[in-house]
Every structure is written in structure tokens, then in C-alpha cells.
Write a protein that binds this ligand. Structure first.
Ligand code: GLY
Length: 309
């Protein structure tokens, strides 16, 4: 029997001192919730969904009810989930009112033949299955959006490459975080899940890496699991989660995470974080952003958490 392990992250970027305690407490709670399920003999899919759902309900994170706003002040949230045993997975995108996008992704994976659903029709499916809908537009995010729009008015005229330049130059106030979780259960089955409000001031209709298998997340029982955070365009262009999983065929989780981030930094610059979990239940964390907030929980090492800088 494998020793169950979970690792979760609350996003790469700039974690200001004022938010670090809340971020750490949030990832610890999420890891604890997922791990409890693993200890009760539940599957890794159950554990990663529960851990991500916990972070979606915590407004300190840019996901679910903490989602950042796009250029026109709307939430368009994305999420993904993948089962390493069946190598089935699904993503959902452009959600405005679904309280827990990760649960809708699980529904798409488990109940449909599709891999990616977006917008109103995706939300209607969730509604048909009784998934709760809420107003995801938090007053704090509206305030941040207004500030970001003011900066935009002072000299930035949007298209995607300039959006990214702005994101890089203005750090946390603009950079999109993501939450994610990876787990291996007592049967040795892997799972990955993630969720995000995306990048602040993104163009309406923009979809990031989080719902895209291979980019935002990947899980394969033969190798391990990985999930990405940071600028989704980079994660998609370099298919970073699949790439990190492929690297674990010969490397440890930490070596694979570090190598992936190093390679992508050379090709695309900064803006990426990655978390990995290998067949020996070892985890890896690497990023080229200022911080990455994460927590892991195993029977042997207990709860470990860090705002990695
Ligand atoms: N990684 C989150 C996003 O770019 O949407």
C-alpha cells in the first residue's frame, strides 16, 4: 500500500507580507482537508477536488469566490481536473457564477464525453446537476480592478503582449495566481486539479492554462502528476505540466520541476510556477516568480508549508 500524499499550492506571484499568514493558513487547511479524505481511504480525485474547493471558497486566493476581474470588470473563472488512473480529465472555462468551478470540471470529466466546456452552456450543465451558483464578484476584487484600470489609463492600451508586459512590471496587483492540488492515494492512483480567476485585466473571452490538460495540469499513474501556476500563456505554449510529467520518467519530482522551470525561463522569461508529485510520493516545487505559496501533507513528514521565495 502506498503512503497517501497531497501537495497543494495557492499561486505563484508576489505574496505581500500582509497576505502571507492568510495564504499559508489557506493552503494548510486545503492540504488537511484533502489528506483527511486520503486517510479515510477515499480516492486521490476526491482529495484534490476537496482541497481545490476549499481554496475556491477562501477569498485570499484568486479562484472561485476570490476570482480576479477581466478588463470589463467581470469574473471569467477556469478550472481543470485529471485522473491519473484512467487518464481522463476535463476543464471548464469562462464561468461567471459557478461557486466551485473544480466541481463542474469533475462533472464534465465524469458525466460527459467532453474534455473542455466553456461559458453559459457549461454553467447550465452545472445547474442541471445542482451545483451552487453565487455572485463571484467580491468588493475587494472590484476595488483592485478599478486601481488596475487607472494604471491602464495612464499609458497602457491593451492587447495581449502588452497585457503581459504590464503583468510582469506590476507584480501581484495584476499577476494571475491559480490554486492547485496533486495527490496519490493508498492504491497508488494520482490526481491533479486546479482553479483560477485567471489574469487580471485579461481580455473578455480569454482562457488560461488551468482548464487545459497538459498545460495547467496532468496526471498519469505510470509517471506522476504536475500542475502549473503563473501566466497561463506561458504554461500553454510550453505544455508545462505534461512536460514536467515526462521529465519524471527519469528524474525525481523536484528535479523535474526545477528543470521545467529553468528551460521555460530561458525560452519565455519569468511568470511560471510548477508543483510535481512522483511515483515514490516525493513532491517538487519550482518557480521563477517572487513567491509560491504551498503546503504538503504526508504521514511521515506531517504538514509542511511555505511561502517559497
Ligand atoms: N494560470 C492562470 C491563468 O493564467 O489563467
Amino acid at each position: 500500500m502506498v503512503s497517501p500524499t497531497i501537495i497543494v499550492h495557492g499561486g505563484a506571484g508576489d505574496w505581500p507580507k500582509s497576505k502571507q499568514a492568510a495564504g499559508l493558513s489557506g493552503v494548510r487547511q486545503a492540504a488537511t482537508r484533502g489528506f483527511r479524505l486520503l486517510q479515510q481511504g477515499e480516492s486521490s480525485i476526491q482529495a484534490v477536488e476537496a482541497a481545490v474547493l476549499e481554496m475556491e471558497d477562501n477569498p485570499v486566493f484568486n479562484a472561485g469566490s476570490g476570482s480576479t476581474l477581466n478588463l470589463v470588470g467581470r469574473v471569467e473563472a477556469d478550472a481543470g481536473i485529471m485522473d491519473g488512473k484512467t487518464r481522463r480529465g476535463a476543464g471548464v472555462a469562462l464561468l461567471r457564477r459557478t461557486k466551485n468551478p473544480v466541481s463542474l470540471a469533475r462533472l464534465v470529466m465524469g458525466r460527459t464525453d467532453h474534455v473542455l466546456l466553456a461559458g453559459k452552456s457549461a454553467e447550465r450543465l452545472g445547474e442541471a446537476f445542482g451545483l451552487p451558483k453565487v455572485n463571484l464578484r467580491l468588493p475587494e476584487r472590484v476595488y483592485q480592478w478599478k486601481q488596475a484600470k487607472r494604471r491602464l489609463a495612464k499609458g497602457f492600451h491593451g492587447n495581449l503582449s502588452r497585457n503581459l508586459k504590464l503583468i510582469r512590471s506590476k507584480g501581484q496587483s495584476i499577476l494571475g495566481d491559480t490554486v492547485g492540488a496533486l495527490a496519490i492515494d493508498q492504491n497508488g492512483d494520482f490526481a491533479a486539479a486546479d482553479s483560477t480567476g485567471g489574469v487580471s485585466l485579461k481580455l473578455p473571452g480569454r482562457i488560461g492554462d488551468s482548464p487545459i490538460l497538459g498545460a495547467g495540469l496532468y496526471a498519469d499513474n505510470r509517471i506522476g502528476a504536475a500542475t502549473a501556476t503563473g501566466v497561463g500563456e506561458i504554461a500553454m505554449r510550453f505544455v508545462v505540466s505534461k512536460s514536467a510529467c515526462d521529465a519524471m520518467e527519469g528524474l525525481t519530482a523536484q528535479q523535474a520541476a526545477s528543470q521545467t522551470v529553468k528551460r521555460v525561463t530561458k525560452l519565455a522569461g519569468r511568470g511560471l510556477g510548477i508543483v510535481t508529485l512522483d511515483r515514490k510520493a516525493r513532491y517538487g516545487v519550482a518557480h521563477n516568480t517572487r513567491h509560491l505559496c504551498w503546503a504538503s501533507l504526508t504521514k511521515k513528514r506531517g504538514l509542511v508549508s511555505q511561502i517559497h521565495g
